[in-house]
Design a protein around this ligand. Structure first.
Ligand code: NCD
Length: 334
C-alpha cells in the first residue's frame, strides 16, 4: 500500500525539475562537491522521517524501473537498495550472479544489452572488479549507481556513514574520525576518505602496515592531503578521536595472509571495552558484516555508543535519496 503523502520538500520538487546534482551516475564520491553530498544528506533526512511513519512508502519513483545487478554476495546492501526502491514505489527487478545467465558466462556487456532491451531506467551494480560500474555507463543509457566495485568505491556506504555521523554530532566539519583496519582492500575506506575530507573532517587511517595503501597521496585529491594522517598504532588513532570506524578484514580480497593471526590482529587493532572506558565520548561504527571478536570485541558491537544499527537504518534513507535525486537523469525524465 502506498501513501500519497510525500515528505514536505520532496513533494515540492517535481521529478522533472533539475535537482542540480553535477553527476548523472553515482560511480564514486571522488570529485563530488560538498554541495552535492550535502544535498543527498539533506534529502535523506526527509526520507528518514518517512521511514518512521506507519505507512512507509511514497510514490516518487512510480513508473521508474530499477534493476539490482549483484555479481558479488551481499545481504545488507542488496536488501537496503531493494527496500529503498520499493519505499519509493519503483518497479524492481533483481539479477544476481547465482541462478541467472551471469553464472552461465554471459558477459557484462551482453547483460547490459539485455538491460537496455528491457527499457530499464536505473541500474544498481555490485561487482568484484573495480571500474565495472563505469564500464556499464558506456554500454547503457540507464543511470548507474555503484553498490561497491572491487576495492575501488562504495559511495552509498560512505553517504550513510556521513548521515549517521551528522545525525550524532550535528556536523562533520572539524570532527576527528579514525578509519581502522584493512584500508588497502576497502572500498568503504576509499569512499569515506573522499566524503569525510570533502565535508571538512580530519581523518586518521590506522592498521597494520601491510594493510595500509602504499600510495595514499595518489588516492586523495589536492584538498584532502593535509587532512589525512596515517598511523599503525591504535592508541594514537583513538587519542582525541570522535568517531572510530572499524572495517572488516577482507579475507576474500587478500591474495595472501597480510597479518600473523586473527587473534593478534584483535589484540593490536581490535576495539575493546577498555578503549570504550578510556575514551568516554568515543562513537564506534562499522559497515558490517562484523567479525565479532576481530575488528570489534563482541561487547563493543552491542555497546550503546556503537551506531551499527543506526547505519543500517540510515542506509535505506540515503539510498532513497540517491535514487530519488538521480531519477532526474533517466531518459524517462529527459
Ligand atoms: C561492505 C562491502 O561490501 O564493501 N559491506 C557492506 O556494504 N555492507 C564492507 C565489507 O564487506 O566489509
Amino acid at each position: 500500500m502506498t501513501s500519497d503523502v510525500e515528505p514536505e520538500n520532496v513533494q515540492d520538487q517535481s521529478p522533472k525539475q533539475d535537482t542540480g546534482l553535477a553527476h548523472r551516475h553515482l560511480l564514486g564520491l571522488e570529485g563530488w562537491s560538498r554541495g552535492d553530498i550535502g544535498r543527498v544528506l539533506d534529502t535523506a533526512v526527509q526520507f528518514r522521517e518517512v521511514l518512521d511513519r506507519p505507512i512507509r512508502s511514497v510514490p516518487s519513483l512510480r513508473g521508474v524501473t530499477v534493476v539490482n545487478l549483484f555479481y558479488e554476495p551481499s545481504t545488507r546492501t542488496r536488501i537496503s537498495f531493494e527496500l529503498a526502491e520499493k519505499r519509493l514505489s519503483a518497479d524492481v527487478v533483481n539479477f544476481s550472479s547465482s541462478g541467472s545467465s551471469i553464472s552461465k558466462g554471459e558477459t557484462l556487456r551482453d547483460t547490459a544489452r539485455n538491460i537496455e532491451a528491457m527499457k530499464i531506467d536505473m541500474v544498481i551494480i555490485r561487482h568484484g572488479s573495480a571500474g565495472a560500474p563505469s564500464f556499464l555507463t558506456r554500454c547503457v543509457d540507464a543511470v548507474v549507481i555503484n553498490a561497491g566495485d572491487g576495492a575501488h568505491e562504495h559511495p552509498t556506504q560512505a553517504l550513510l556513514d556521513a548521515l549517521t555521523i551528522r545525525e550524532q554530532f550535528g556536523r562533520i566539519e572539524g570532527l576527528r574520525i579514525s578509519i581502522i583496519g584493512d584500508i588497502m582492500h576497502s572500498r568503504v575506506a576509499r569512499s569515506n576518505l573522499h566524503a569525510l575530507t570533502t565535508l571538512g573532517a580530519d581523518v586518521t587511517i590506522c592498521g597494520p602496515a601491510s594493510l595500509l595503501p602504499v600510495h595514499l597521496d595518489r588516492l586523495l585529491g589536492e584538498g584532502a592531503r593535509g587532512r589525512v594522517r596515517v598511523t599503525t598504532c591504535l592508541d594514537e588513532a583513538l587519542d582525541g578521536c570522535d568517531v572510530a570506524m572499524a572495517l572488516r578484514i577482507q579475507m576474500e580480497r587478500q591474495g595472501r595472509s597480510l597479518f600473523p593471526s586473527v587473534r593478534e590482529y584483535h589484540e593490536q587493532f581490535g576495539i575493546r571495552m577498555e578503549h570504550m572506558e578510556a575514551h568516554r565520548d568515543l562513537i564506534v561504527m562499522h559497515p558490517g558484516p562484523v567479525n565479532r571478536g576481530v575488528e570489534l570485541a563482541t561487547d563493543v558491537v552491542d555497546h550503546e555508543r556503537a551506531l551499527i544499527l543506526n547505519q543500517v537504518t540510515n542506509g535505506v534513507a540515503v539510498r532513497m535519496s540517491v535514487l530519488y535525486l538521480m531519477a532526474d537523469g533517466t531518459k524517462r525524465h529527459a
